[in-house]
Design a protein around this ligand. Structure first.
Ligand code: ADP
Ligand code: MG
Length: 137
């Protein structure tokens, strides 16, 4: 079993899509091991996305991630990192496969409704960034 870190982003929370996205998540075989709604501070969002700080969309990304509450998730299943990336679909919903979460719920490459770690190593770093050890089973 492997864990990954996911976020239901502020666009999807504002559109009342938490339940629909969690239903797809559980339907895809993920166990929800931790879940918390939070409204990220600018500092938290900047730190979380620090790897993108030189990208032209960084300011827009931080604005978006702090515009309203989001849902932080620890998801577990076999091959969780890769399977969650598949379940989310491509970053740009225009390129996302049929049936993926981003294809179904995302508006644009920026406002793309969910986050997922891109490696097991980053999943561990991202889980530690948002969840204290004792909230993870
Ligand atoms: P992913 O979330 O699929 O791993 P990236 O790590 O490349 O994608 O980018 C992180 C986030 O930054 C994306 O999910 C999206 O919200 C935003 N983003 C990426 N590319 C763009 C872009 N070209 N314009 C605006 N926002 C973007
Ligand atoms: Mg990424």
């Amino acid at each position: 079993m492997e864990k990954t870190f996911a976020i239901i982003k502020p666009d999807a929370v504002a559109k009342n899509q938490i339940g629909d996205i969690l239903a797809v998540t559980e339907g895809a075989g993920f166990k929800i091991r931790a879940m918390q709604m939070t409204h990220m501070t600018r500092k938290q969002a900047e730190g979380f996305y620090a790897v993108h700080k030189e990208r032209p969309f960084f300011g827009e990304l931080v604005e978006f991630m702090t515009e309203g509450p989001c849902v932080l998730l620890c998801l577990e299943r076999e091959d969780a990192v890769v399977k969650w990336r598949e379940t989310m679909g491509a970053t740009n919903p225009a390129n996302a496969a049929e049936g993926t979460i981003r294809k179904r719920f995302a508006e644009s490459v920026g406002r793309n409704c969910v986050h997922g770690s891109d490696s097991a190593e980053n999943a561990a770093i991202e889980l530690a960034y948002f969840f204290a050890g004792n909230t993870l089973s």
